[in-house]
Design a protein around this ligand. Structure first.
Ligand code: MTE
Ligand code: MOS
Length: 797
């Protein structure tokens, strides 16, 4: 109760100080916001097209581009032989060809590039390309990859305690298998890049990429030129969600090759269906687990095998598997734990980052385990969750050795159980279910604990370049990119607050590799944490310079009463000496003085996250600067005849520290949860037996729409919980809320379980599509034992 009061009291104050709309909100609404496809170019612009493999695995025995090259309006038709530099676009491991050479390894792999004056000419040229193939054996599932031992690389392991011993001596054991499905990013703006040739070898690149520095590097490599000749600019992306962390590079490299070959501006914008076929998705996982627990539901041990479908190339698969392994504990202390992660290689497009970056796949396993434990012990799952939560003083180290500091789980749990009226509704749901044969309700609470930092520790760095012009306006450059998440808005707020000036005096520039070098991807939810600190660092440097000069100026005017730089403050749109009243000048007026006094009014800033480090070979260390926490209660109504569900109510309480911008943070929390709901319910990716994607457009792939929003949606930010050691005591928000959607998945399972009066455990994979639900209900109605090999055993059996 106390925490709830604190929360509500603090709310009005914070909302008032930080009620700032997204910096592009009005542009988004009026259509003025410029996306790459809107950038005006001269009449030299050519359309670029990528011709991709129709086979999942085949060797190219011959190809002939000569006829395609003769078609009117066609300026270039390129194969791997026409690449002036290195034929590679693997971001970490160099195992991803820019254009196929010898073999094709998935449907959708780029083989040839066309630049022509019109789209139609591109299509005509594509039809004129002749290729012959020899089909090769294909691997299209994790199971098939296991059978063929098609591993992408060595397995990784995290281990603590005596897992086998603890499993053996446990009062109960639960064992099983969980499939979690892929997910298509469905950014509204498909992959797009515009390249404009400059003088000499210069190339100016407008790319929809989360990682401009990597895009720059790969273009330099495929063209065989210096990075200093490639300039990549990103004004904004029309959504990315991890899908442009590495795979924005692809269209960029292809457009750059065509631009280089033709000497003309070239734009590649993937048609939606092509985008869906060519690009990788969230990794599907096949996870096998065993957990040992006691009569009270306390977990003593878990043994978990995670297997992911990496697709045909490495991309970020190992980092994603690592994050999955680091999140199988989710919010729970498990004294004896062993987690093995294996990435399997298949003949599908290379899977990639997607909001949560493996975290959702890992967490789904432990949440499934807990749900099964509760059903076995006939206890409410919230009890099992609560009992296993990380402690504050003891039971607070993760299996990989990091202490869970500033644990918000108990506070979130107490507040949310109360505000959501969980217990009362649980009883009402029981009554409803007893009185309804065909409609059933279900409810579930799930927590999220998500580690913030890139697990590849050196990536946790950021740079900035802050410029003050003579009229007192400020231009901020930083390495992060805007994809709708509100990073630039927060950076603008940070800069204005640090200078003590109004927001409208600060502009955040488009991200530009010629302003800030060697940046990391805007990813891992760390955009504001890293870039915000780098911007603050630059502003701190400028403020010292400005303060010293102002102090000297005031001292020169009155040498008897010297001003000291340390007393100079920047607030209320003014620079003032806090030790001498009357010594104050407005910010805008001060700048011309400082200019005349030859003070440098532009500088760089830098930040690296302190005190983190992690040995991935040993599976031990402190990979994360801190953890983000959240919790959700979801209630669903299920039509047991069709499998259709409606979310009646969702209550979310999420921890973002001291929010820099509560409206943006609430948007991220709600958006993440809804996006996750798509993953756990309707978004089903299917391929045919030849590796062709069947679900390649919105008519076959169902993302959440406005009807899928909870009928009663209550989202709140936890208040009064400043996060130590971060920019303005804030916390990252972006990815963690996606995993709150596991409450929807388990609420549906709860409703299905009600069909059998909670006597028979439903079989449940993820996503819980209507089909999965109906089949699960049919099995319950037929009262069958569910999946062979999935058993709950009691000691002594
Ligand atoms: N929100 C919007 N509107 N669009 C996006 O593409 N991407 C998500 C998240 N929220 C995304 C989004 C992902 S995957 C990440 S990692 C973060 O935003 C990246 O931004 P941040 O680090 O600045 O929060
Ligand atoms: Mo986000 S998946 O880290 O781009």
């Amino acid at each position: 109760m106390k925490a709830v009061k604190v929360r509500l009291k603090a709310r009005g104050v914070i909302a008032e100080m930080t009620h700032v709309p997204h910096e592009s909100a009005s542009f988004h609404v009026t259509g003025e916001a410029i996306y790459i496809d809107d950038i005006p170019v001269n009449d030299q612009l050519l359309v670029g097209r990528v011709v991709y493999s129709p086979h999942a695995h085949a060797s190219i025995t011959s190809f002939d581009l000569s006829e395609a090259r003769t078609i009117g309006g066609v300026h270039a038709v390129l194969s791997s032989r026409d690449i002036p530099g290195h034929n590679q676009m693997g971001p970490v491991v160099k195992d991803e060809l820019c254009l196929a050479e010898g073999d094709v390894v998935c449907v959708g792999q780029a083989m040839f590039l066309i630049a022509a004056e019109t789209e139609e000419q591109c299509h005509e040229a594509e039809r004129a390309i002749k290729v012959s193939y020899k089909p090769l054996e294909t691997i299209l599932t994790i199971e098939a990859a296991m059978e063929k031992n098609s591993l992408m690389g060595p397995p990784a392991i995290i281990e603590r305690g005596d897992v086998q011993g603890a499993l053996r001596s446990a009062q109960h054991r639960v064992k099983g298998e969980l499939h979690t499905g892929p997910q298509e990013h469905w950014y509204l703006e498909s992959q797009v890049c515009l390249c404009i040739p400059g003088e000499g070898r210069d190339i100016f690149v407008h790319s929809s990429t989360q990682h401009p520095s990597e895009t720059q590097a790969l273009i330099a490599e495929v063209l065989g030129i210096g990075k200093n000749e490639v300039r990549v600019e990103v004004r904004r992306m029309g959504g990315a969600f991890g899908g442009k962390e590495t795979q924005g590079n692809h269209s960029a490299c292809w457009a750059a090759l065509l631009c280089h070959a033709t000497g003309r501006p070239v734009k590649i914008r993937l048609f939606r269906d092509d985008d869906m076929k060519i690009t990788g998705k969230r990794h599907r996982f096949l996870s096998r687990y065993e957990a040992g627990f006691d009569n009270d539901g306390l977990i003593h041990a878990m043994n978990i095998d995670l297997n992911s479908d990496g697709g045909c190339a490495t991309d970020l698969s190992f980092a994603i598997m690592q994050r999955a392994m680091l999140h199988v504990d989710n919010a729970y202390f498990i004294p004896n734990a062993r987690v093995i992660g294996r990435v399997w290689k298949t003949n599908l497009p290379s899977n990639t980052a997607f909001r949560g970056f493996g975290g959702p796949q890992g967490m789904a396993v432990i949440e499934a385990i807990i749900d099964r434990i509760a059903r076995h012990l006939k206890m409410d799952p919230v009890e099992i969750r609560k009992r296993n939560f990380y402690g504050t003083d003891s039971r607070n180290t993760t299996p990989y050795g990091q202490t869970v500091e500033n644990n918000r789980l108990p506070l979130l749990y107490d507040c949310l159980m109360q505000s959501s009226e969980y217990r009362k509704r649980r009883i009402e749901i029981g009554r409803f279910n007893a009185g309804n044969e065909f409609f059933k309700k279900g409810i579930a609470l799930t927590p999220v604990k998500f580690g913030i930092s890139f697990t590849t520790s050196f990536l946790n760095q950021a740079g900035a370049l802050v410029l003050i012009y003579k009229d007192g306006t400020v231009l901020v450059n930083h390495g992060g990119t805007e994809m709708g998440q509100g990073l630039h808005t927060k950076i603008r707020q940070i800069a204005a607050a640090e200078f003590g000036i109004p927001l409208d005096r600060v502009k955040v520039n488009a991200t530009d590799t010629s302003k800030v070098p060697n940046t990391s991807a805007t990813a891992a939810s760390a955009g504001t944490d890293l870039n915000g600190m780098a911007v603050k660092n630059a502003i701190d440097t400028l403020k010292v310079r400005m303060a010293e000069s102002m102090a000297r100026l005031w001292t020169e005017k009155n040498p008897d009463k010297p001003s000291k730089a340390v007393d100079i403050v920047f607030k209320n749109d003014a620079i003032a000496d806090s030790a001498h009243s009357g010594r104050s000048i407005s910010f805008a007026e001060a700048i011309p003085h400082l200019y005349l006094r030859q003070v440098s009014l532009g500088t760089t800033g830098f930040y690296r996250t302190p005190a983190i480090g992690w040995d991935k070979e040993k599976g031990y260390g402190k990979p994360f600067h801190y953890f983000a926490f959240g919790m959700a209660v979801t209630e669903v109504l299920l039509d047991t005849l069709t499998g259709r569900h409606t979310i009646l109510r969702a209550d979310i309480l999420h921890d973002v520290g001291d929010s820099i911008n509560p409206q943006i943070d609430l948007g991220q929390v709600e958006g993440g949860y809804i996006q996750g709901n798509g993953w756990v319910t309707t978004e089903e990716v299917k391929w045919d037996e030849k590796g062709n994607l069947l679900t390649h457009s919105p008519d076959t792939y169902k993302i959440p729409s406005v009807q899928d929003i909870p009928k009663d949606f209550r989202t709140e930010l936890l208040q009064g919980v400043p996060n130590p050691g971060t920019i303005r005591k804030s916390k990252a928000v972006a990815e963690p809320p996606l995993m709150l959607s596991l409450s929807t998945w388990l609420a549906i399972k709860d409703a299905v379980s009600a069909v059998g009066n909670h006597e028979i455990e439903p079989e449940f994979s993820l996503p819980a599509t209507n089909e999965v639900i109906v089949l699960s209900i049919e099995r319950i109605r037929a009262n069958k034992i569910l999946r062979p090999g999935v058993t709950v055993s009691v000691r002594g059996e």
